[in-house]
Design a protein around this ligand. Structure first.
Ligand code: C5P
Length: 314
């Protein structure tokens, strides 16, 4: 086989807590991550020259070595020297559906799909765990994007404990195309504002992890209680991103008032999502939202919880 086509699912954070500061300069996090059906298509194809090429139809995604998908391929070449001489180079094609700079791990998902696709194309025989360890070198969300589903992510976000998935809830996602949030900016701003309250001791990190594992969100997921999932949505990064992005803050207020089980900003934003039980409710909320904010700059999507991150397709 000289070509593999994969779907890379977006993720939302049902819960994101910043616990403290880590010796490596990153933040210690406790997150509940959920894959959703909004997905990019990633194709890896053998080419006769020893090169990594990236093609992408999106104006904001660089088709060069700075692209995380390119870096995923370069990392495999570095770890397995000679693989391109033996099996050819690769052309990576990214067909974007997931909005960029949105807090939905679109870039991380593309890198995850490249790792899974190249493991097959270059016959590396890596396990999912090995792929996730490589993924962690590229970005904190890449390991989750490989396995996907529902999971608690701790450490930098790369330590995963799968959770029993909830029902396949629906989600209405909305984002102003012109609003972009830089993840480093969001974390740096949070540190500047709330750094004094950070826990620094690893034993305190463990105490907090145990509390969240035994807490309301994990229990709501285990009991398939969608109302409780909606009620316990939480994201610390809202505290810095929403004040700096009043349009997104207003979007969240409008979406909250449309009903649904709960509304939250995902990751470092600025995508805001509302959870609902059924496709019909999702459709109704999406229509009401477009009527309340008839701005062509506002993108609105409907997706459903899915149990996988990267999926190989025919
Ligand atoms: O790992 P990733 O490349 O996604 O992280 C992007 C940026 O987000 C990091 O450079 C850092 O500024 C911030 N970050 C953090 N703590 C984490 C994850 C990300 O401070 N656990």
């Amino acid at each position: 086989m000289r070509l593999y086509s994969l779907l890379a699912a977006a993720k939302i954070n049902l819960y994101l807590e910043i616990v403290g500061s880590r010796p490596d300069g990153f933040h210690e996090l406790i997150m509940v991550m959920q894959s959703v059906s909004l997905a990019d298509r990633v194709t890896v194809r053998s080419i006769g020259v020893d090169q990594i090429r990236v093609q992408c139809d999106h104006p904001l995604v660089p088709a060069d070595p700075s692209n995380l998908a390119y870096r995923a391929a370069a990392l495999l070449v570095e770890k397995f020297p000679g693989v391109m001489a033996k099996l050819g180079g690769v052309e990576i094609t990214l067909e974007k559906q997931i909005p960029v700079g949105a807090g939905l791990a679109g870039g991380s998902g593309n890198a995850a799909a490249v790792l899974v696709g190249l493991d097959l194309l270059w016959q590396l025989g890596l396990t999912q765990r090995e792929l996730q360890e490589l993924g962690a070198e590229l970005g904190s969300d890449v390991p989750f994007c490989i396995s996907g589903g529902t999971a608690i992510a701790t450490g930098r976000g790369e330590q995963l404990d799968p959770l029993q998935g909830s029902d396949a809830l629906y989600v209405v996602l909305a984002k102003y195309e012109s609003e972009l949030v830089s993840t480093p900016w969001a974390y740096q701003t949070y540190r500047a504002e709330f750094g004094a309250t950070y826990r620094a001791d690893v034993r305190e990190f463990e105490v907090r992890r145990s509390q969240v594992r035994a807490g309301a969100m994990v229990s709501a997921l285990a009991h398939h209680n969608s109302a409780a999932i909606g009620q316990h949505l939480a994201n610390d990064l809202e505290k810095v991103v929403l004040p700096a992005h009043p349009k997104t803050a207003e979007l969240k207020a409008v979406m909250t008032n449309l009903g649904g089980l709960g509304t939250l900003m995902s990751g470092s934003g600025p995508t805001v999502f509302t959870l609902v039980d059924t496709a019909a409710e999702a459709e109704a909320i999406a229509q009401q939202l477009k009527a309340k904010i008839p701005d062509p700059d506002l993108g609105v999507w409907i997706a459903q919880f899915v149990p996988t991150g990267v999926q190989l397709t025919p």
